[in-house]
Write a protein that binds this ligand. Sequence first.
Ligand code: G6Q
Length: 556
Amino acid sequence: MTASSASRQKTTPKLTQSPTWKALKDERAAWKNIHLRDLFAHDKKRNARYSLALDDADETFLLDYSKNLIRPQTLKLLLKLAKEAKVEALRDAMFSGEKINHTEGRAVLHTALRGKTPVQVDGYDVMPDIGAVLERMRVFADRVRTGKWKGYSGKPISDVVNIGIGGSDLGPAMACLALKPYGGNIRAHFVSNVDPSQLVDTLEDLDPATTLFIVASKTFTTQETLLNAQAARAWFLDTAKDPQQVAKHFVAVSTNAEAVAAFGIDTANMFGFWDWVGGRYSLWSAIGLPIALYIGMDAFEELLAGGHDLDTHFKEAPLDQNMPVLMALIGLWYTNFWDAQAYAVLPYEQRLARFPAYLQQLDMESSGKGITRDGKPVTCATGPVLFGEPGTNGQHAFYQLIHQGTALIPCDFIAGRESHNDVNGQHAVLLSNFLAQTEALMRGKTLLEVQKELTAEGRKPAEIKALAPHKVFPGNRPTNSLLYRRLTPRTLGRLIALYEHKVFVQGVLWNVNSYDQWGVELGKQLAKVILPELHGGKPGNHDSSTLGLIQRILGD
Ligand code: G6Q
């Protein structure tokens, strides 16, 4: 089948009625009597069987998926499901520029931003345009970083403030924090919320003469971003006075040149991208400008190369050795057959503190859908709730529920073998916790083990009887472990692209469009109706709760 016919045809219309789905239900039932502890005890090669690495000399990138509730027949069925859903054909359709985002009539080509081979959209090769924007980003980033770009008073830029929200904020903000060791002399700040406190707090310590604002908005119509940009311009002009100087302190990243010009930013200072770059997939485009300013263009291109590594792997590895495919299938196994409604991403890397929030948008905005590509209600659960915090912090907060609660929460544990800062031997302590948690979740602790421990502590029988049930860990709680050498730009690129492709595969399996986000529209529409009412306009036709709250806000 060609890629083109694959994306046109209705994919997996009856996924949940297929014999493979039914066989997976039986497989789930068989798991009632299986414990991972026993599987590990009886199969010394389990780790080797269920691990995959992207190996090159110094960038180890390993996925150990052996601590999952899988056995050979589970994987066989899941892989069959992927074949039946035509994951490979749909993947090829995406890479080749087909308009797989059918509700918006757009191609999905963030992979082209980190690729090298020509890709055509509507018969037009997009690669030369991508190269031209990258080149402009390089020239600009170099000028700013070397102090050749001067502010209105002749001083070089010391601080960059990115004003954007959602996809125009989360990726660059996450990446700048993650790549702090590669940062140079420019500080990067991010303002997204329409709550003015964020802008006020950010600007508090900044000097208008040395601050550069990037107004980042694909559409350049986003209320929050435009309001913050206007307020930032007013703050700047308060000191600089001369509107002519705005050009030296405001640049834009957008697909909408007209709106950028209307806002008052010279389009000579605009970095473009294209409608085939989805917001939450856009950090690889000019939306990554704050990253390039922060870490330099060479390092930014390393990030792109990391994304490309995963693209190559995703395209070329057979399904049973394909990291994003396996992660997607295992995730679906828990969502649809174990009723897992949440999923935790737990980086043992403080600098990945914003990675779960970034993935939250990637996963929940892409897979949080209840209608199939054919416009029918889905017949199974789709995307889970994703959450996470860096380890070890999370251990002292919510891990209790993951270990002993009633919900099954599959987790991804992420860590680097090496730290950029090993102080006081603490990196080994961090890693010992990373390892201990997945082992504990897998093994658990039996009643007998608890009783023995309490007896050894010299506790009395009555005390042991009362306390023991509370100290039992059921185990059999699934985890993936992702291990890389060190958090470099290339590694971060790999990590992000791994999750992007995982989300893509799940979208194919669930037969939803991963690339639209209509669910964010209704609230925006209603906010437009309510705003005039907060300025004293006539009360609208609301429910009594909303009306009551409006009255309280107005102090009536
Ligand atoms: C992402 C979404 C959304 C978007 C923001 C900002 O996939 O589309 O998060 O990125 O709403 O949109 P603009 O970049 O157009 O301001």
